[in-house]
Design a protein. Structure first.
Length: 334
């Protein structure tokens, strides 16, 4: 899974008139959340080593990477979005109409120059590669142009419980935009959804899981540090590469064989289809004795379900239904 698209390096200065324009009468239809008052400000937050003090909620936002775009849409902040970029797969149907109203700056990462052309006062990145300094999009470069930034905290936290990190991500974004009540309501519902899934799986024996993202010579897989690992655990599985000290990483095929996964979870995104990934695994003679291959036990997840975003609680339940279909069916049958 690559997030390293080259970009042009440029320098530019934002015109302050852009911020004045965005508050003009043409935006009187803005949603209450997007037109949040400045009560409770200034607000200071430390995000991935960068400390920022907001005097008021950001008004013109560019998002880079799908999961942070969906966080903004879920929190009712469509009217603040002046640009977006980089989908891994389709946005959820519930967001499709709102997403269609946001200008797409680039299919993958926009250049620094393209971002500046949207006149944002805030840029929200999903992966660390969104702010690759070598591509001209470093957080310091944006700061010099008067633009604040946020990086999704899955890219900079280690050793924490990722679900708690997700709650905190939503809480801090809500606080930044002056909509804490909306954020807390989402967190409350997410906790209830997670509890409901846990109840369905009570007393079940976990199944061993290998995540196949991509790779030929080695397997690019989910390690033990990201939300993907906790998602597997909450869905009634154990990640055979939980000892990999990162959210994503490479594993040898020999280790895949040695760890004998019972189920293979395929991440669905990009140009390579799920069926092509299955064929690659099923046709590899070195994997013939792996229980998941012998029994053709596969589960499928869109990549956007397995990163730190608002899809996660529902994704846990969907994966649980694939890992333990009979038990989950019984638990949900009246």
């Amino acid at each position: 899974m690559s997030r390293r698209t080259p970009a042009l390096i440029a320098a530019a200065v934002l015109l302050p008139l852009a911020l004045t324009a965005c508050s003009s009468s043409e935006n009187t239809d803005a949603e209450p959340e997007a037109a949040a008052k400045s009560e409770g400000f200034p607000y200071t937050v430390k995000n991935c080593g960068v400390t920022t003090t907001y005097k008021a909620p950001p008004k013109r936002v560019v998002t880079m990477n799908q999961h942070v775009t969906e966080i903004m849409l879920e929190l009712g902040l469509k009217k603040t979005l002046v640009g977006t970029a980089y989908l891994d797969d389709k946005v959820l149907p519930k967001y499709a109409k709102d997403y269609a109203s946001v200008p797409v700056l680039a299919k993958e990462y926009p250049s620094y120059e393209q971002v500046l052309a949207a006149n944002p006062d805030f840029v929200y990145g999903g992966y660390a590669s969104a702010f690759t300094a070598g591509d001209g999009r470093g957080r310091e470069a944006f700061k010099k142009s008067g633009i604040e930034t946020r990086l999704n905290t899955e890219s900079c936290t280690k050793g924490d419980q990722p679900m708690d990190t997700l709650y905190e991500e939503i809480r801090e974004v809500g606080r930044t935009f002056g909509i804490s009540d909306r954020a807390e309501a989402w967190i409350k519902q997410a906790k209830a959804d997670n509890a409901a899934t846990a109840k369905k799986l009570a007393d079940l024996k976990p199944v061993s899981v290998f995540v196949y993202d991509s790779g030929d010579k080695t397997a690019f897989t989910a390690g033990g540090e990201g939300i993907g690992n906790e998602l597997i655990e909450r869905a009634g599985g154990t990640n055979v590469f939980a000892d990999l000290d990162k959210a994503f990483g490479d594993a040898s095929w020999e280790n895949v064989v040695d760890r004998k996964p019972e189920v293979i979870v395929i991440y669905d995104y990009g140009a390579t289809t799920v069926e092509q990934k299955k064929k690659r695994l099923l046709d590899d003679p070195a994997l013939a004795d792996v229980p998941a291959i012998k029994n053709k036990r596969f589960a499928v997840m869109p990549l956007s379900d397995a990163v730190l975003g608002v899809r996660v609680p529902a994704a846990v339940d969907k994966l649980a239904a694939q890992l333990h279909p009979e038990a989950v069916k019984a638990a949900t049958t009246p």
